[in-house]
Design a protein around this ligand. Structure first.
Ligand SMILES: NC(=O)c1ccc[n+]([C@@H]2O[C@H](COP(=O)([O-])OP(=O)(O)OC[C@H]3O[C@@H](n4cnc5c(N)ncnc54)[C@H](O)[C@@H]3O)[C@@H](O)[C@H]2O)c1
Ligand SMILES: O=c1ccn([C@@H]2O[C@H](COP(=O)(O)OP(=O)(O)O[C@H]3O[C@H](CO)[C@@H](O)[C@H](O)[C@H]3O)[C@@H](O)[C@H]2O)c(=O)[nH]1
Length: 491
């Protein structure tokens, strides 16, 4: 892709670009725009982020991005600021990539950051500009922002009033593959009002490089563009929950969930991707986006159509309960058990712990009295900021030392390569739960491990054996075993 940039550089003058909000999405977008040959200014309200980025230091983990950041900060093509005035004076095209998190205690998205960013930008604009929304928003947001922009401009003296256009260009990048997904996306979607030809033409110039290599471009209205984004995430979440729903069946009756997924995936109409059964989806996108979609559909009086998403969410969250249940069955009593949790990020190749199944499970095990040590190759710092009371190990070996149970919850390559003999000299008990279905169960069982995985019938000590273990010499037997058996019976 970078091979195409010389042609773009030659075609001066290029529009100057600002990216407002320099988190996972915005920092990636800004660096990739610079890679495509544009002069770029990134803006964020977080002063620490701006200081770090201006020094060429990426404040999060994303493969390939540090190199691009250093390259373009050094060349001067990529700069960062916290001044809206500077951004408004600089840019022809302003991408909005601020957060749209779930509102605390509600399902709906919090649009306060998007509204504030657009309002602040427009307030400072004295020249014509195209504002391009990239944040994931509920359908109807762009049309509402159009009115907000018009209201903001109303009353300005005529010669000074700039012309401000708006387009919606949702982002589909995945964390861990953000650079590739931005430079060579599967598709580009651009929503405009009334077929706004000028904005479309400008964005075709911005995206000339990916378009030249055949990236499909879908030019449509605001509503369709907004909906493509949330529909894509809803579909992906549904695929994951679909296979995980079958896990609940195979866990009872037997069967192999991975073989089932492989067999389904051979049907080209279904496809194998996103059918990996395990502890399910987390992160800063899929969970909040399906909840926000359900909430928006409810507001629009179309809630019944999206009700299945609530079920997808429930299936997803039940996977976390299943791990707690397996862990309890395995160690007999969580109170005092030493549990090593491998993984804290919501997925490998990311340090993002937003709504991470791994970290949620680790915290729940801890809250049930287990002595939990977490190890993640990249996310320990973010995890510790969220749950400072958990223990964090600097290595896999340190995490599993003396463990009564090892639980794999994020499938980093380092964990996928694990073999029984790597852990045997370190653990206290040979017990393993594979929460991502990435290890060969038979090898572990053959080495004498009690090994269970999601989507497979539990192969852990049964209730009878648990009873014996707890009433035996184990000091944990003093911790209310009666309550424990009653709670098991109640399940
Ligand atoms: N992370 C992804 O993989 C991804 C992919 C596609 C879409 N999205 C969407 O992109 C948006 C951003 O997600 P993210 O993961 O990058 O979030 P993030 O929290 O990493 O980054 C958001 C940034 O916006 C900044 N910000 C907040 N208010 C601001 C304001 N008024 N002006 C300037 N900066 C402001 C924050 O300080 C933060 O740095 C969300 O809508 C998300 O759903 C994210
Ligand atoms: O078969 C699978 C695939 C994924 N996951 C989990 O699903 C979550 C999301 O994974 P992924 O979609 O790869 O990560 P994100 O970076 O959150 O990307 C999603 O969310 C982004 C933000 O909206 C979109 O831009 C992307 O297209 C969309 O894939 C993670 O917890 C994964 O562990 C599974 O459990 N099983």
């Amino acid at each position: 892709m970078s091979g195409d940039t010389s042609r773009i550089e030659a075609a001066a003058p290029q529009p100057r670009i600002t990216v407002i909000g320099t988190g996972y999405l915005g920092a990636t977008h800004a660096a990739c725009m610079a890679e495509l040959g544009f002069e770029v200014l990134g803006l964020d309200v977080d002063p620490l982020k701006i200081v770090a980025l201006s020094r060429g230091e990426l404040p999060f983990h994303e493969p390939g991005l540090p190199e691009l950041l250093v390259k373009h900060v050094s060349s001067g093509r990529l700069r960062f600021t916290n001044s809206y005035r500077e951004a408004a004076d600089f840019g022809d095209v302003h991408f909005i990539g601020v957060g749209t998190p779930q509102r605390p205690g509600e399902s709906a998205a919090d649009l306060a950051y998007v509204d504030a960013a657009v309002a602040e930008l427009v307030r400072n604009l004295t020249r014509d500009a195209l504002i391009v929304g990239k944040s994931t928003v509920p359908v109807g947001t762009a049309r509402r922002l159009r009115r907000l922009i018009d209201d903001e401009l109303e009353g300005r003296p005529e010669p000074a009033a700039p012309r401000v256009a708006l387009a919606w260009n949702p982002e589909f990048l995945r964390e861990g593959r953000a650079v590739q997904d931005t430079l060579a996306p599967d598709r580009l979607v651009v929503g405009t009002d009334d077929g706004d030809a000028e904005s479309r033409a400008l964005l075709r110039r911005v995206y000339a490089a990916p378009l030249a290599t055949g990236t499909p471009l879908i030019e449509t209205d605001f509503e369709t563009a907004e909906l493509v984004k949330v529909a894509a995430n809803a579909f992906l979440a549904t695929k994951i929950s679909f296979i995980n729903a079958f896990s609940e069946i195979t866990e009872v009756i037997g069967g192999d969930i991975t073989t089932l997924a492989d067999a389904l995936g051979h049907d080209a109409r279904i496809g194998r991707k996103f059918l990996n059964a395990g502890v399910g989806f987390g992160g800063g996108c899929l969970p909040k986006d399906i909840r926000a979609l359900q909430a928006r559909a409810d507001e629009l009086g179309a809630g019944a159509a999206m009700r299945f998403l609530t079920q997808m969410d429930e299936i997803n969250l039940r996977r976390r309960d299943r791990v707690i249940h397996l862990a309890t069955q395995s160690v007999g009593l969580l109170q005092g058990a030493r549990i090593a949790v491998l993984g804290a990020a919501f997925k490998p190749e990311s340090d993002d712990v937003r709504d991470s199944p791994a970290l949620d499970i680790a915290a729940r095990l801890y809250n049930s009295g287990a002595d939990v040590t977490v190890y993640d190759p990249q996310a320990n710092r973010n995890a510790a900021a969220r749950f400072p009371r958990l223990e964090y190990a600097r290595s896999l070996e340190e995490a599993v030392s003396g463990a009564d149970l090892v639980v794999l919850l994020t499938e980093w390559e380092e964990f996928r390569r694990l073999r029984p003999r790597d852990l045997e000299p370190l653990v206290r008990e040979r017990r393993f739960i594979d929460g991502r279905n990435v290890l060969p169960a038979e090898d572990w069982k053959a080495s004498g491990w009690e090994f269970s995985a999601l989507g497979r019938r539990a192969d852990v000590v049964g209730l009878h054996e648990v009873r014996e273990q707890v009433s035996g010499a184990d000091p944990r037997s003093r911790l209310a075993p009666i309550d424990f058996f009653q709670s098991l019976a109640a399940e």
